[in-house]
Design a protein around this ligand. Structure first.
Ligand code: 5GP
Ligand code: ZN
Length: 150
């Protein structure tokens, strides 16, 4: 396993270590979850890896693999797991990378945000473009070349 990186000036590393208080929910050997103190909806939760890294690509796979099962358990704790229809209450899982993508804390974190109504929770702008199959085909070819190098 990759050794856990920590950053002495990082607010979320301090929360993991208990140097700053938090409203802790689930903790595993690799992840830590707690209530967001400026929630966009009631019970807005953050799940973080116990490995300091600013962006998703900085985090070792084993930490990332621990996170979604924790998010899933939290949907149960938050009673978000009872509606199995597309309508009514839902939730968003959000992970921002970089200031332009609305990231403010430079330690990877996944938001679990209840979406109970239009006015609370996540609001999304989705600038969908016209479908252009030629451009998509070209892009796909380029990406397949990149994939073959992995
Ligand atoms: P970002 O915009 O980086 O994706 O989200 C950062 C989140 O961290 C925000 O929702 C903000 O409210 C939350 N946050 C920032 N500082 C603290 C803190 O000290 N404690 C907790 N619990 N949440 C924090
Ligand atoms: Zn950190």
């Amino acid at each position: 396993m990759a050794s856990a990186a920590s950053n002495a000036s990082c607010i979320f590393c301090k929360i993991i270590k208990g140097e700053i208080p938090s409203f802790k929910l689930i903790e595993t050997s690799l992840s830590y979850s707690f209530l967001d103190i400026q929630p966009t909806a009631e019970a807005h939760v953050l799940v973080i890896p116990k490995h300091h890294g600013a962006k998703l690509h900085n985090i070792p796979d084993e930490y990332l693999a621990d996170i979604l099962p924790v998010v899933k358990k939290l949907t149960k704790v938050l009673k978000l797991d009872t509606n199995n229809t597309p309508d009514g209450e839902g939730y968003n899982v959000l992970q921002n990378n970089g200031r332009i993508a609305h990231q403010l804390v430079d330690h990877v974190h996944f938001h679990l945000i209840p979406k109970r109504n239009e006015s609370t929770g996540l609001g999304v702008e989705w600038p969908a473009q016209e479908t252009d199959f030629e451009a998509l085909g070209k892009l796909h070819k380029q990406l397949q070349e990149e994939l073959s190098k992995l």
